[in-house]
Design a protein around this ligand. Sequence first.
Ligand code: 5GP
Length: 229
Amino acid sequence: MKLLQRGKAKSVYASGDGTVTIEFRDDITAGNGAKHDVLKGKGSLLNAINEIFFKELSSHAVPNHYFESISENSFKARKVDIIPLEIVVRNYSAGSFCKRYGIETGKKIGPIVEFFIKNDALNDPLVCKDVVVKLNVSTIETLNKAEKLALKVNNVISEFSENHGLILADFKIEVGFHDGELLVSDEITPDTCRFWDVKTHESLDKDVYRQSVGDPLIAYKEVLRRLSS
Ligand code: 5GP
C-alpha cells in the first residue's frame, strides 16, 4: 500500500479502492514530539478503543469516516480532505486551558468548543472563528457545522464513557469533507481524549505519559477493559 502520510503515532495508506487504511503505530509522543517512546502493543489497544467509539458514533448517526477494523492495529476509512484544525471540546478544566487561564484542574466548565490551527512550528495556536476565516483555513458555514458535529460527538462519547465509569473531561477531533459531507475523522482514543475515573478523577489517558506519572499502557488497557464490559 502507498504511504500517504506518516504522523507522530499513525500512518495513513492508500488502500487502492479509494479508501484509506489508518495504522496505529506503537509510538507515543508528547510536547509536539519533544518526548517520544515506543510502547509495544499500544497501537492495537488504540485501534480497539477507536473502533468502539466510532461504532458508537455510527449507531447515533453521527457522520464519520470509519468503515471497519482490518487488522490488530489498523482500520479502513473514507478518504477525506482534512481541515487543518484541531477542534477541542472541554467539559472539565485541564491541560492548556488551565495553563492559559490560570484555573485549577477539574472544574466543570463545559461544554466549550475551541479551535486550534494545526501548525507544529507555531505549536497549534488557539484561534477564533473570524481568524480561521481570515486565514482562509475554512469558512464560517463549515466552522458552524464542525462545532455542531463536535458537540454531538461530545454527547455520544460522554454518555457512553460515563456508562462505563469514565468521565470525558475533554477531547480533540479532526473533521474533513468526503463527497461534500463533513465527517468526524482521525481518531477518538485516550491519546486524543482526557478520561478520568468517575469517582477518583484519576487520569486514564495520555496525561499519564505527558506527566510521567505511571505506565500509559496500564491506563489504556483499563480504558479498553471498562469500555468492553
Ligand atoms: P489541551 O489543549 O488541553 O492540550 O488538549 C485538549 C484535549 O485535546 C486533550 O484531550 C488532548 O489530548 C487533545 N489534544 C489537543 N491537541 C492535541 C494534539 O496535538 N495531539 C493529540 N493527540 N491530542 C491533542
